[in-house]
Design a protein around this ligand. Structure first.
Ligand code: ADP
Ligand code: MG
Length: 698
């Protein structure tokens, strides 16, 4: 039995530890930094460093690391020991405020989008005191930001912190107008639901495609997929349950509020949801969660697949980003209350989010654009690539009543009668679930559902915070100068709802009708990563980021390049892996199989011409034709891949080339490969099948 309260946060330098180990002044100064984002004095940093070091050493640490989030999308760490030589040839364990606050790292080997020439490779890591330090594998981990010698941001944390500050300042400005002068900080909070697959390690090890690319590049459908819908919320298998227990324990030790776990739609697919926290901490914790999932799966003889689409023809994995704004006085600004139609403050914040999402559909789409996620968005399992908002019937009716200047008649919440005497009746939620909506209002928060399972949640939240901050800022400019605040506010809400009504859609997002309707409404439909990323450097966006001090123009362009290059590289690696599999494993296997068929035919006929060989002959003919087609498609893929060198004039052209030529020929090759797998004997096929993998964990 795990005693959860006693292990929760045991490996974290959290509130409780700080209170115990820091003197009051130091503690207060550090708290002020954490709560209000004030900057920290070096003397305070020295005291904190000393306390951290002592705590870490007592818990068996020998090293510390500045833990940061470069543009690779995963975390990076470089470990230094506390060891410091003394004059008498001995050593002491030392850790200064300076070492805590700032580290130096080689920046040249991380993606930087041409910002930094490699000869000036210095990069700095700076402590982020708003996310707690923690212990892992005998090292003290210090969450940090990462920037270049010249001050350009090279990571995913700094802009996130900036965007949190921006949305806070602007929300505070608005709240002042509502008389809430005691609000000094508004925090953007996030709960990120994480989907993943678990398969047996032995199967994984035999799949080059999973190992090198995270997804299967070949693989015929399993005889049973998710048709029966028997996996979703189904009983959790013993091995998986053991994994989940250990995962929870590890996450709890790291102070991560892992709360909900269940099976997902596809076989072998599962989900974990933590309790929400600040955007910054949620981002750090989601990175740690993904890493811990992989490590613990390995310990249990399994492999955790975080790719968006590990298997064709069954659902892929996403990540739901539940987002809300909360004041330091404990108010959730997205909580509608009992009578939302009369709650002007709520309606104003709602209007801000609606306007922000409508005006910056492109940025939200860009924030989830990766080669992996392209396999999900718009394919009837994840939200469509078109960004729209779902408000639920009640809220949509309120919006429409306001637009039309009509009175809104609230029908109150409908009571559900269970019809069973011993069971209580319950009230219906005001917003029903609409699984197809990319951006849904779910009671007191917005749920952005387009994220892929493997990405850092940083970028989507940078976008969300920034676009909402920018809109609130425009609102505040107007309202601060109004003679009559109440009527100005009401008229602003109405005007905003009216202008941005087109983004609200409560229907089924999977239908072809919606695609047409969305086009009529003038909504963007950015179907794939290159099409989406192209808009990153639009004038509107560069102005938005510079106006809000999130990125300078160089930084926007650098990110644009990094993301595009990443897209091309991912596809290049996939293509290379496919060619390898095709030539080294699949071709020889099919050739051997057909050779054996031919021998069988000859042998049978040698015994007697009367023995029938028509079945073998038909199969031999069919497989030989497929194999010949397979070989020529392999050649075409190889040629298209090597031709990529001729399209390197700029990263967008290259990405489009990969999409139109390399990805297309990969799909053609796969189709033939999967046809051969379907018709071939199990014994001859060189890889574990979909059935083997999806039902490998019992
Ligand atoms: P589901 O989306 O499956 O209905 P829940 O309603 O339990 O699940 O919420 C999912 C996630 O939303 C959890 O991580 C939860 O902590 C988070 N969440 C709940 N309320 C808020 C909020 N006000 N702000 C941000 N996240 C929230
Ligand atoms: Mg959800």
């Amino acid at each position: 039995m795990i005693d959860v309260p006693s292990i929760f946060g045991i490996d974290v330098f959290n509130e409780q530890v700080m209170k115990e180990r820091l003197d009051k002044d130091t503690y207060d100064a550090l708290k002020a930094t954490i709560k209000n984002g004030e900057s920290l004095d070096i003397n305070i940093a020295n005291c904190v460093a000393k306390a951290m070091k002592e705590w870490a050493i007592e818990k068996g640490c020998t090293h510390y690391t500045h833990w940061f989030q470069p543009m690779t999308g995963i975390t990076a760490e470089k470990h230094d020991s506390f060891l410091t030589p003394t004059d008498d040839g001995k050593v002491i364990m030392d850790f200064s405020g300076k070492a805590l606050a700032k580290g130096e790292s080689d920046a040249s080997s991380f993606p930087n989008g041409g910002i930094r020439a490699t000869f000036e490779a210095r990069g700095y890591t700076a402590w982020d005191p708003t996310s707690y330090a923690f212990i892992k594998d005998s090292s003290l981990y210090i969450p940090t930001a990462f920037m270049s010698y010249t001050g350009e941001v090279l990571d995913k944390k700094t802009p996130l912190l900036r965007s949190m500050d921006r949305v806070s300042s602007e929300a505070v400005r608005i709240l002042k107008l509502f008389g809430k002068t005691d609000v000094t900080r508004v925090t953007a909070s996030v709960g990120a639901e994480q989907e993943y697959f678990l398969i047996d390690r032995k199967m994984y090890d035999r799949r080059k495609d999973l190992k090198y690319t995270g997804r299967t590049l070949f693989g015929a459908r399993a005889t049973k997929g998710q048709e029966l819908e028997d996996h979703y919320f189904g009983a959790i298998k013993n091995r998986v349950s053991q994994f989940m227990k250990e995962l929870d324990e590890q996450l709890w030790r790291l102070g991560i509020y892992s709360k909900t776990k269940h099976n997902e739609v596809a076989p072998a697919q599962h989900e974990l949801a933590p309790i929400y926290t600040t955007t910054n901490i949620a981002t750090d914790q989601n990175q740690l969660t993904m890493e811990t999932m992989k490590t613990i799966a390995r310990k249990h003889g399994m492999s955790c697949l975080l790719h968006e689409k590990p298997f064709a023809n069954v659902n892929g994995s996403g990540k739901h980003n539940n987002w809300s704004l909360n004041t330091n006085t404990g108010e959730n600004l997205l909580k509608p209350g009992k009578k939302p139609e009369e709650n002007t403050q709520f309606l104003l914040f709602l209007a801000a989010v609606i306007k922000a999402v409508d005006e910056h559909q492109d940025l939200l789409r860009i924030s989830v654009a990766t080669a992996g996620n392209d396999h999900r968005l718009g394919s009837s399992e994840a939200p469509p690539a078109i960004i729209s908002m779902h408000l639920g019937d009640d809220l949509e009716a309120i919006v429409d009543a306001i637009i039309n200047n009509e009175d809104y008649e609230s029908h109150g919440r409908v009571l559900f009668t269970t019809g069973v005497e011993s069971m209580p009746d319950f009230k219906k939620d005001t917003s029903d679930r609409n699984r197809t909506s990319p951006f849904a209002f779910t009671g007191n928060k917005f749920e952005f559902r387009s994220l892929g399972s493997s990405i850092s949640i940083s970028c989507p939240n940078i976008m969300l915070n920034t676009i909402v901050a920018d809109t609130l800022s425009q609102f505040a400019d107007k309202l601060e100068n109004a003679h009559d605040f109440d009527s100005a506010c009401r008229s602003l809400i109405r005007k905003t709802f009216k202008a941005h009504r087109r983004i609200i859609f409560n229907g089924d997002g999977y239908t072809e009708d919606w695609v047409k309707e969305a086009e009529k409404r003038g909504l963007l439909n950015l179907k794939n990563t290159p099409d989406a990323l192209e808009h990153f450097v639009d004038k509107k966006n560069i102005e938005l980021f510079t106006r809000n001090h999130i990125y300078g123009e160089t930084e926007v362009r650098a990110r644009y390049e990094i993301l595009l290059e990443n897209y091309s590289k991912v596809i290049a690696i996939e293509a290379q892996t496919m060619i390898n599999m095709a030539k080294k494993d699949i071709f020889p296997a099919v050739s051997k199989f057909t050779g054996e068929l031919a021998n069988t035919i000859v042998t049978k006929k040698a015994v007697s011409q009367a023995i029938k060989t028509d079945a073998e002959e038909a199969l031999l003919k069919n497989m030989s034709e497929l194999l010949s087609r397979f070989a020529s498609l392999t050649d075409i893929l190889e040629k298209n891949l090597s031709d990529a060198d001729n399209h390197k004039s700029d990263p967008l052209t290259l990405a489009k080339y990969y999409r139109d030529f390399v990805l297309t020929s990969m799909n053609e090759l796969r189709e033939i490969g999967d046809m051969m797998e379907t018709d071939m004997s199990t014994q001859h096929w060189p890889y574990p099948s979909y059935g083997d993998m999806l039902y490998s964990v019992q």
